[in-house]
Ligand binder design. Structure first.
Ligand code: ADP
Length: 492
């Protein structure tokens, strides 16, 4: 399922466009509508909001007063962060649930604040409505019967059109009449239908990619290969187990590092203090440093091409249910196309950002840049939390396509192994790998609270797992017991 994120400022024409897509038979997921449903009495967000903001958020009818909440978060950044932290995870969850139920090659996900709230990673392509500000104000005034000042205030709280456009994969220009807009939607519908064509001919023609670029088309011959992609997905480590991973090559190691930095970033962005923003900037600089390596984009593209070729072979097999394979193929095609559509280095656009570049340049100072090194940093750190998070989300969107690609590669890698029970001899386990297949990752799972931990070492041919126990702060010692543990050998 190709997910198109539709976004645009107030009065830019999102509703008009979604109505047209819907009339063309395209399923619509509407973040605003979900948000309205979630705050109804009895819904999960209702109780949390009342607990957080008190009875004053309730109308006499017992419903949440959405206008009161809108005014509150507009004037108070802390309330906004709080409300978003209640609503956004629930909206994301609801959207994923709705997507799961769809049975269409593509869908439109309308998210007005897609960029501002950092939800670009949810979608495969970003569709932006471009409209001159004066028209936006005029049309909204007519629609809502509100004042120009009120609309300008909303516009000022949203990201500017230029930023939105810099992240767009597709653009609808709404400076003409409605008929003109609807015709553009029809044309875009045709384009999306071609994009999701399982034959992929149009996608490849579009990019000038030819199949002969794909070199390694061997299907792994590991014993568990018929389970490739699917089996491990069924095994979700429960909360009382810890997963230890060892990437068997440098490319996967880098992707795991990036994945961890993105997770760290999400954690920092939930906080609303000065220190949270400082940590977020440090994490962002670490991301920039890794993404500035020129080989990363090529490596990820090669990896996606290689996976695509392997998946292609699977579709040729007589598989009783190939819907999962088709879904994987589609996801890989979209991720590769999105990554290829980036001109030059990943995050290149950030080089124009004097502010973040001046912080990054001082990254080599032990401890990183401080306000005394970059006074503009001090000024920025004293902006309200809402604008700090919004700035970081916008910078992060420069990496949303690589993030999507790396998440997909790692998901497929991890899903390519089958869990098996393995046992040690006096704390030691050794495993030879079939060198004919692309071994990528070893995962060892042990119970939470175990007195030991695994130390995995090795390469593409063999690996060793040594189970150790802490020895105060001295070197850990190997355990003497024979233990059973769960092992994944991921080869794709
Ligand atoms: P949004 O959902 O982005 O806030 P809408 O789709 O509700 O925007 O559009 C805002 C108003 O402008 C609506 O009343 C809509 O009918 C009108 N509108 C949208 N596009 C055009 C257009 N091209 N010409 C004239 N009016 C338009």
């Amino acid at each position: 399922m190709l997910k198109i994120g539709l976004t645009g400022g107030i009065g830019s024409g999102k509703t008009t466009v979604t109505q047209k897509f819907s009339a063309l038979g395209v399923p619509i997921i509407d973040a605003d509508e979900i948000s309205r449903e979630l705050v109804q009495p009895g819904q999960p967000a209702f109780v949390e909001i009342v607990n957080e903001f008190g009875d004053k958020v309730l109308k006499s009818s017992g419903e949440i007063d959405r206008q009161y909440l809108r005014d509150l978060i507009f004037s108070d950044a802390k309330s906004r962060v709080k409300l978003e932290s209640i609503l956004h995870p629930l909206i994301r969850l609801k959207m994923s649930q709705q997507i799961e139920l769809l049975d269409n090659p593509y869908c439109i996900i309308a998210i007005p604040l897609l960029i501002e709230t950092g939800q670009a990673d949810l979608v495969d392509r970003i569709l932006v409505l471009d409209v001159p500000r004066e028209l936006q104000v005029r049309r909204t005034m007519e629609r809502d019967n509100s004042s120009a000042e009120a609309i300008e205030a909303v516009l000022n709280s949203q990201v500017d059109n230029q930023t939105r456009l810099s992240l767009a994969d597709d653009v609808l220009n709404n400076s003409g009449d409605i008929e003109d807009l609807l015709q553009q939607v029809e044309a875009l519908n045709e384009k999306y239908k071609v994009l999701v064509n399982p034959q992929g001919e149009s996608i490849e023609a579009d990019n000038g990619i030819s199949n002969n670029k794909i070199k390694n088309t061997d299907v792994p011959q590991q014993k568990n290969s018929p389970n490739l992609f699917k089996a491990a997905e069924l095994f979700i480590p429960p909360g009382d187990e810890i997963v230890y991973e060892l990437p068997l090559n440098e490319k996967i190691r880098t992707l795991v590092r990036l994945e961890s930095l993105f997770e760290e970033m999400e954690h920092h962005l939930k906080g609303d203090t000065y220190w949270d923003s400082r940590s977020a900037i440090n994490t962002f600089v670490a991301l920039m440093n890794i993404f500035s390596r020129p080989e990363i984009k090529t490596d990820m593209l090669k990896e996606l091409d290689r996976i695509n070729a392997i998946v292609g072979k699977y579709t040729l097999k007589d598989m009783p249910d190939d819907s999962y394979i088709k879904q994987v193929q589609e996801e890989v095609n979209v991720a590769a196309k999105n990554l290829r559509s980036i001109d030059g280095q990943l995050g290149q656009g950030l080089k124009q950002n004097e502010f973040i570049m001046s912080i990054r340049q001082r990254d080599s100072i032990p401890g990183g840049a401080l306000e005394m090194d970059v006074p503009a940093y001090g000024h920025w750190l004293n902006k309200n939390i809402e604008s700090r998070c919004q700035d970081i989300r916008i910078w992060l969107s420069h990496y949303s396509q690589p993030q999507q690609a790396l998440n997909l590669i790692l998901k497929l890698m991890r899903n390519s192994g089958v869990v098996c029970e393995a046992s040690t001899k006096a704390g030691l386990y050794q495993h030879s790998l079939d060198t004919g297949i692309a071994n990528q990752l070893v995962r060892v799972i042990v119970p939470k609270g175990a007195f030991y931990f695994p130390e995995i070492s090795g390469g593409r041919q063999r690996f060793t797992v040594r189970f150790l126990k802490p020895n105060g702060f001295d070197r850990p010692v190997q355990i003497e017991q024979d233990i059973l543990f769960k092992l994944f050998c991921c080869a794709l």
